[in-house]
Design a protein around this ligand. Sequence first.
Ligand SMILES: NC(=O)c1ccc[n+]([C@@H]2O[C@H](COP(=O)([O-])OP(=O)(O)OC[C@H]3O[C@@H](n4cnc5c(N)ncnc54)[C@H](O)[C@@H]3O)[C@@H](O)[C@H]2O)c1
Length: 366
Amino acid sequence: MIIGTVKEIKNREYRVGLTPGAVYEYVKNGHEVLVETNAGVGSGFTDEDYINAGARIISTRDLVWEASNMIVKVKEPLAEEYKYLRKDLILYTYLHLAANKELTLALTKSGCTGVAYETIETADHLLPCLKPMSEVAGRLSAIYGSLLLTKERGGNGLLISGVPGTDRAKVTIIGAGVVGENALKLFVGLEADVTILDIDLNRLASIDKVYQNKVKTLYSTDENIKNSLRNADLVVGAVLIPGATAPKLIKRSYYSFMKKGSVIVDVAIDQGGSTEVSYATTHDNPTFVVDGIIHYCVANMPGIVPNTSSVALNNSTLKYGLLLANNSLEVAFSKSSALKKGLNTYNHKVYHEGVSSAFQLELSEF
Ligand SMILES: NC(=O)c1ccc[n+]([C@@H]2O[C@H](COP(=O)([O-])OP(=O)(O)OC[C@H]3O[C@@H](n4cnc5c(N)ncnc54)[C@H](O)[C@@H]3O)[C@@H](O)[C@H]2O)c1
């Protein structure tokens, strides 16, 4: 099979669909890999790195799209890329179709096979190709949030760890899933005073076992959230209810008793956010202030660490990409029911329930 990767054209998207390490694996499996010139440069990979891994560098984007049987990307195609969609192409990337009718129709019209990273789902309901981005975002929330506490960035001027004889910054993490747990790991390393809340007692129990008395775990009720926010210098919103918008657990009315200069890093912003005032911001202008509280609501946090994010993403997507490359769709799906769940569009039809119900399009069974 000929596999291609192109330079992402979305604003400030520096990640790349294939790292040189992934290219090497596809080539080892007998495939030819085409890489658009400078596709990986934003993630720190030169054309030479790709050539050394066995890829051919192609100077025009059109040619990569047209000559490839499978395109491996990061972001969904933008409108100017719809012209490349065709029936005998597999598009393997994040698609987020339930929120994008235009792209859904472009894919079904073209007959393109759209396999979405975010809907690949294992039997135990894990989303292996979403997890690495949550890991990155969780860890970044601790690093970025700690910086926002500095006076220079508008915060209340606390050093996250304090020093002997001073208070440590108080951190509240709402949601103890992948984002929450990764934020927690770094905050504990930074010696912050951390409280983490969730409605899943098993998650709280496993955190309690690992961190013991270094971390306070609380069952997530309105009362516990309010009490925790009262003292917090830094809050991380990390709740997810699969398939639904994020619950607004942090009410505007709570701001009256929260500390001025405290920071909310609302990681759940891509699902609407955890506060009543959250709206998505960009890396160009990541924060806004409401009632003296700093809100950081960047919807694509992993984008600022593209090297780590691209490698982490490839670590998860490569296994399923190789299944697609090495087998017919029938065989690939029979080998992996998780990958089958990634199928969103095929042969002009919709194969994912969420997409079908979002746009009242007929749901087909592969
Ligand atoms: N902004 C970004 O760049 C970025 C990057 C990655 C992920 N995210 C988003 O971060 C959010 C969290 O992702 P995740 O991978 O950690 O999800 P996850 O499913 O691993 O964890 C979510 C947690 O929220 C908990 N939860 C549900 N309702 C709750 C409530 N009322 N109170 C407290 N906890 C509750 C769940 O029990 C679960 O433990 C998602 O919305 C995800 O899309 C954003």
